[in-house]
Design a protein around this ligand. Structure first.
Ligand SMILES: *[C@@H]1O[C@H](CO)[C@@H](O)[C@H](O)[C@H]1NC(C)=O
Ligand SMILES: *[C@@H]1O[C@H](CO)[C@@H](O)[C@H](O)[C@H]1NC(C)=O
Ligand SMILES: *[C@@H]1O[C@H](CO)[C@@H](O)[C@H](O)[C@H]1NC(C)=O
Length: 496
């Protein structure tokens, strides 16, 4: 009998002890919220209560309770004056016994301990931590020293913090709430996140960092591949307003410190494919209409950017242009194609693709050879087809070069132009010589004819003279005859 009494007493004690432990010694749940975003302080009841229910959200500041938001049984809602005016409990959630408090535009002032009291239910305590990621200086230029800070108000007792840039973890000493970069580059731009974790919860606060300078390319490792004869764009896009006429392009000479001559079709920001409205003032990319043999090398884009506070920083980028072409050679009736790339330091693999045109004029690509060899021996039946040489590094496709027999013959024609020129020259010379000979011949003929003409008049005169002489003599004789024969008889032969 006594045994049974004691058991009942113990049960009673337990029954009273449970509500006490729940209402007073219950640990607060922790909520981490990024500054400026919506904080949701959870207060979800397990057993659905009768509707409507009285709910009070209180804030505990220095041991004092202040009502933030209240709803009584009649359904009327009250909001504290001057106290977190952006705080409320959304109605649609009440049906699910969810009385979570939503705070809009959370600031550090909103941080601290909150308490949710629902009629006939256990009290819930919620600790609100406001997380803010910030950086100094406020305006970051390439080359600056940058410090990122992840501040949590109030500081939680136990937590770990980690940094992430654009979703990738940054190796830093965990637990340290600041992260310093000595020389900022464009690679440091993006979304910086501070990840906070403790036993209960995980939080992620982010901020976006823009680094003033040249946005594209991000660094000096930019390599652009172009097939000879094709057009190419060397990118150079500035982050902000450039100082007037401060941007320029030049070409780095391999042999001297002076800049080398830019290719003839080198144009700044006049790529017809770039729409003119897209912030032209910031896009200073260069465009080469037709890449020629010898254009390969390093090009440099530079300019002076100005910040909001008048700070000026000189920035520049080097871009390497690598040219590619397919050369063909014919030896003993066997055609060989060679993929010639001006710098193969990054190239690891070559892929040869045969291109055919189907009836409906679509291209059909057939991969024929993929290896580390840049040379392809072409089978006889495919000698007249089109070929593409694709080149790769370990990770990705770098570029391609096309061999089109009809176009290539033109290109080769160009390469053989010197010999062709010689032939033309020789033919021209022969023609000229022939012409000269003909002219000389004509001249000689003319000369001969003239000589003949001169000869004849000379003879004529001689003949003439001879004839005249003869006639004269004859007449003289005749006169003498008549003078002797008919003296004084017929004196009418005085005619000469
Ligand atoms: C943290 O937030 C950023 C930005 O919203 C996101 O890119 C990143 O993946 C998040 N990280 C984790 C671990 O959730
Ligand atoms: C062209 O022909 C090929 C097969 O030869 C076919 O796969 C493709 O869909 C056709 N394309 C069009 C646009 O008709
Ligand atoms: C070759 O490269 C150009 C530009 O990168 C690309 O548009 C084209 O599709 C490529 N051709 C082949 C056959 O891969």
């Amino acid at each position: 009998m006594a045994q049974a009494y004691i058991t009942v007493q113990v049960l009673l004690l337990l029954a009273t002890a449970i509500p006490i432990s729940c209402s007073y010694s219950m640990r607060a749940s922790e909520v981490f919220v990024t500054r400026g975003s919506v904080a949701v302080l959870p207060c979800v009841m397990s057993s659905s209560s009768q509707h409507p229910t009285a709910v009070i959200w209180k804030r505990i500041i220095e041991g004092e309770e202040r009502t933030v938001w209240r709803r009584d049984r009649s359904g009327l809602e009250f909001r504290a004056v001057g106290q977190a005016p952006q705080a409320h409990c959304p109605h649609p959630n009440f049906g699910n016994s969810d009385f979570s408090l939503h705070i809009q535009g959370t600031t550090e002032d909103d941080s601290g301990m909150y308490r949710c009291e629902v009629e006939g239910q256990n009290i819930k305590n919620v600790m609100l931590h406001v997380v803010k990621v910030s950086f100094t200086p406020a305006e970051v230029f390439e080359g600056d020293r940058l410090t990122l800070t992840c501040s949590i108000t109030p500081q939680p007792l136990a937590k770990t913090t980690k940094w992430e840039l654009n979703g990738s973890p940054i190796a830093s000493r965990s637990g340290i709430q600041t992260y310093t970069i000595d020389k900022v580059s464009q690679k440091d731009a993006g979304t910086w996140s501070c990840l906070i974790r403790n036993k209960q919860t995980e939080a992620n606060a982010s901020t976006s960092l823009q680094v003033k300078g040249i946005l594209v390319p991000k660094d000096n490792s930019e390599v652009v591949y172009a097939q000879l004869g094709s057009s190419v764009t060397l990118p150079c896009i500035f982050s902000s307003e450039l100082l007037f006429n401060s941007s320029s392009w030049n070409r780095v000479s391999k042999t001297s410190n002076l800049p080398a001559v830019l290719p003839s079709s080198f144009n700044i920001s006049s790529n017809p494919r770039v729409s003119p409205c897209s912030s032209m003032r910031l896009v200073k990319s260069a465009y080469i209409e037709s890449v020629q043999d010898g254009d390969e090398g390093t090009y440099r884009c530079s300019g002076e950017v100005e910040g909001g506070n008048g700070k000026r920083v000189e920035v520049e980028r080097s871009i390497q242009l690598i040219t590619a072409q397919v050369l063909s050679s014919n030896k003993n009736g066997k055609m060989t194609l060679t993929c010639r790339i001006s710098s193969t330091s990054q190239v690891t693999d070559y892929e040869w693709i045969h291109v055919e045109y189907s009836v409906n004029d679509t291209q059909i690509f057939t991969s024929v050879q993929k290896s580390t060899s840049k040379v392809l021996s072409v089978q006889k039946e495919k000698q007249f087809g089109e070929w593409v040489c694709r080149f790769y590094n370990k990770q990705q496709l770098l570029g391609n070069a096309t061999y089109q027999p009809h176009i290539m013959s033109g290109l080769e024609g160009k390469q053989q132009s010197t010999s062709t020129n010689k032939v033309v020259l020789i033919i021209g010379m022969c023609f000229l010589v022939l012409l000269l000979v003909l002219i000389l011949l004509q001249l000689y003929k003319n000369h001969r004819r003239r000589k003949m003409i001169f000869q004849y008049p000379a003879m004529e005169t001689i003949v003439h003279l001879a004839a005249n002489e003869r006639e004269f003599r004859g007449r003289v004789k005749e006169r003498e005859k008549t003078q002797i024969g008919a003296c004084g008889e017929n004196p009418k032969s005085d005619l000469v």
